[in-house]
Design a protein around this ligand. Sequence first.
Ligand code: G3P
Length: 224
Amino acid sequence: MKFFIDTANIEEIREAAAWGIVDGVTTNPSLVAKSGRTLEENLREILDIVDGPISAEVIGTETGEMVSEGRRLAKIHPNVVVKIPMISAGVAATKILADEGINVNVTLIFQPAQGLLAAKVGAAYLSPFVGRLDDVGEDGMAIVQSLIEILDNYDYRAEVLVASVRTPAHVITAAEMGADVATCPIAVLRQLFRHPLTDRGLESFLADHAKAEKAREDTKLRSV
Ligand code: G3P
């Protein structure tokens, strides 16, 4: 499974990239707003850190606006993936951009039918928002399962990109289901490394090593 980091924060991207596990980056207008910089400023820096798909979202809501924004973003670098919201105008824009060879990530997917439509018009990625579905009492991961089954039946090029990931359990369930990508905030990526028994085990290994070294030194001193 590919791991993307879901942030527009450059320090977070640098930190996660240094771990060697980051295949790409997703941003959205809220994350860009939080960074205090423009999308383009962030994009240019991110492209220098991660050599993989970087999703950049359009702001327009009419097909024409989304297409011109998408073309402008895609021109910045071949790794830029244009993120388009799952509305009918967005599906139309996705078809135009995909036909031109531009990679599109269709975002804000909350039900399988939306994913099917996005796949049909040539989206490169389908982004179901699992955490936000859980928030309203639905089973977020169920849509991931459904999208994987739908894509198995046809030759659509789309990959399932699990988004709005809130917990390591989301990531593991996504991997068990065979999702192509999980995009995670840095907090979730950090959690994936940790277990208290790992910390406790390492602490005792190092303490035992130090004790043995000290005993060896003491023996050496005594024999001099
Ligand atoms: O990738 C989409 C993601 O940024 C949304 O996450 O936590 O705001 O629902 P969240």
